[in-house]
Write a protein that binds this ligand. Sequence first.
Ligand SMILES: *Cc1c(COP(=O)(O)O)cnc(C)c1O
Length: 362
Amino acid sequence: MRTYRVPMVPGPTAVPPAVLAAYQADYGSADLEDEYFDLYAQTEGQLQLILQTRNQCAIMTGEGMLALWGAVKSCLKAGDRVLAVSTGLFGSGIGDLARSIGAQVESVDFPWNAVADPDQVEAAIKRVRPKMVTMVHCETSSGTLNPVGAVGALVAKHDVPLFYVDGVSSAAGTELLIDGWHIDLGLIGTQKCLSSPPDLAIVTVSERAWRAVDEVGYQGYDALAPWKTALSDRYFPYTPYWQGLAALSQACQLILAEGLAAVFARHAQAAQACRQGLAELGLELYSGQETYSSPTVTAVQVPGQLGWAELDKRLRRRGVAVGGNYGQLAGKVFRLGHMGSQARVDLVQEALEALREALAGE
Ligand SMILES: *Cc1c(COP(=O)(O)O)cnc(C)c1O
């Protein structure tokens, strides 16, 4: 099925009509039109408000992974020391990504159903003396939210040159303080809490990160370098995606009009309703700990007697789409994505009702 009555997949999330409508214009050639540069500047300003940063935001054409790759390749050289904080699929994947370009990666690993312990990260920083610490804010596959602020303070205390944070599934759903938490490279996608289609990738770049970009000199489709001067020089490295940017700006506008505090509260309420309803159904959080939970996604143990394939089938029959899982969590843990447009208590209640029926019958 293409669309579900109750969309609960943790990205791509349901796109609001006003955002979809932004695609329906036959825009001219972005490079040649003042309006495009104005739109880019406007969208960057909106993102800076949402992400609470004064840093530049590179808005690139591609899915969120482009941000993750582009920032690694643009700021690291072979042999650079990296400390990868891993509490799950994305955290360990980022370590692999840095390894693939020849960086010397040490990981500090935590169980996938837990969050990072800042004391252990600090000990690892002292031991490894990395050029970059990498970390994931919301581990989407585990439904957990890492203490990025606490680790950011340690990164600053120990003068680690670069702090790389994947905020793809937390940005615009819960507080993510790019500047306040000393984040040099903030990696963001459009298809999670921003509820726009998966077509743009955003990287917030600090002054320190720009210096690393200059030093490394990486060139490629995913390179950050051209974005430093793209707006001021009115020169983009490839034909910009006007429709996608118009949609992203509209998505940001919806969030800012609602107000950041209200948006975050809506996510917290949806998550709370979700966890409470799951407990009433006798289902267990993957992490087992409410305090680890992300306000944007809840990861749940698949009830053993039913199995994932059957559970998924029963939910789909009821018009409910949830997320399965990957790697070591495949078949064992499923996810309810109450993020962006899907962070609604009524939608969560419908999903819970379908879950109740699926557990009780066919
Ligand atoms: C969604 C997501 C990404 C982007 O990856 P895709 O699965 O390719 O969409 C990166 N990091 C996190 C934490 C994500 O949730």
